[in-house]
Design a protein around this ligand. Structure first.
Ligand code: EPS
Length: 375
């Protein structure tokens, strides 16, 4: 199974093609739209989200709400394109307007201009924008629905916003009860986080945070210890790092494990009537690059959004002079959007890992092969 996305933030829309997706999976578009709405929400989101009302349009690969086994094309059209058509149309648009040369530190602007030989960062930022994640959520929800048919579920929550961090631990079942205005589990922490976001908004600054995402019900043996690129943490890590603004990914105890002894980190194994079991999951469900049947637990760190209304020091690439970075319309904090995207990207990668290992042209084939696997 493969996925590719296309589209620019102010172009006609965002597009994803899922190739190799099995036939016979019932697709619930309303569930996809609920995830898209969640991605648009969250305290601290920017004005663009008042323009868009994201909806997944499936253009191929599905008939009467059931997948055909042919490539699925899913699209999230941009309402804002009507305002940008004069500047973004594929043909005959005015490229002298909406030019950006006061490049934003932390964004793709300068590195992208150098790489693609551009004199206008607009030709880079349109693709680099976090708007692209809208269609990754749509594709990820389709993959989530495939995984649900196998009994594999994905959940998550916002663990921290800026320096406000939730140190509690939660069961997978509790994740469904999370506070949604920021995706945190603890309302008093969410209230403090909202205050911090308001303070950033007043000062023209931005904020990031950490999302924790879990995979429950994935059997052992997915990924591989034999080929480093097929290690499950390598594949999930690469997938999550491909999301805009990600600066760190960890599994289980993650970085904290480096400060402890092995006897405090590794999950001892005990005999039981159901075979070997573990009394802890500090490995986060992956050992030796393979799922071990425990919940996969990963955390992703989102850097503060690089578009600051206060502007950071930069260079105007048109003059070579010192300047203050452009203040494109943006968010103050998009941590709930980020958590929604991480869940969708994890669902996509896990679906690809499962399909790659088991094959199967239909859901029935895949489910039958999955059922036969050891726990
Ligand atoms: C976003 C859409 C963008 C930004 C933001 C998130 O829309 P616009 O550029 O028209 O405001 O608001 O993207 C960024 C902050 C960024 O740096 O890429 C979205 O839909 O998530």
């Amino acid at each position: 199974m493969k996925i590719v996305t296309s589209g620019e933030s102010h172009g006609k829309g965002l597009f994803a093609i899922l190739e190799g997706f099995p036939a016979g999976v019932k697709i619930d578009v309303e569930a996809i739209d609920r995830a898209l709405a969640l991605r648009q929400s969250g305290f601290g989101r920017g004005a663009r989200q008042n323009i868009e009302h994201d909806h997944a349009e499936i253009l191929s690969g599905v008939r009467n709400s059931v997948t055909l086994g042919s490539p699925i094309t899913v699209t999230v059209f941009n309402r804002d394109y009507e305002n940008w058509r004069p500047y973004m149309a594929p043909e005959g648009c005015d490229i002298t307007q909406r030019k950006l040369t006061k490049v934003r530190p932390g964004h793709a602007d300068l590195a992208g201009m150098l790489k693609f030989g551009q004199t206008d960062a607009r030709n880079v930022l349109e693709r680099a924008s976090a708007r692209e994640t809208a269609v990754r959520v749509a594709a990820g929800e389709i993959c989530r629905q495939l995984l649900a048919a196998l009994g594999v579920r994905i959940g998550g929550y916002v663990l921290s916003v800026g320096s406000i961090r939730d140190e509690a631990t939660y069961s997978f079942a509790q994740l469904a009860e999370r506070e949604t205005t920021l995706g945190m589990m603890n309302e008093s922490l969410a209230a403090r986080a909202r205050e911090e976001i308001q303070s950033c908004r007043r000062e023209g600054d931005t904020l990031g945070g950490i999302a924790e995402v879990r995979v429950k019900g994935l059997k052992s043996g997915f990924g591989s210890c034999m080929t480093y690129s097929e290690k499950l943490d390598a594949r999930l890590g690469a997938a999550v790092f491909s999301i805009q603004a990600v600066k760190g990914v960890e599994f289980g105890m993650g970085f904290a494990s480096s400060a402890h002894r092995g006897s405090e980190v590794h999950d001892e194994i005990f005999p039981s009537e159901h075979g070997p079991i573990r009394a802890s999951n500090r490995a986060g469900g992956i050992e030796g690059g393979m799922s071990n049947g425990e919940e996969i637990v990963l955390r992703a760190a989102m850097k503060p959004i690089p578009t600051l209304m206060r502007g950071l020091r930069t260079v105007d690439t048109e003059t070579g002079e010192a300047s203050i970075a452009a203040a494109e319309r943006s968010d103050v904090c998009a941590i709930l959007a980020f958590e929604t995207v991480v869940e969708a990207v994890v669902a996509t990668e896990i679906a690809m890992v499962v399909a790659d290992r088991l094959g199967g042209d239909t859901l029935a084939d895949l489910a039958e092969r999955y059922e036969r696997l050891p726990a």
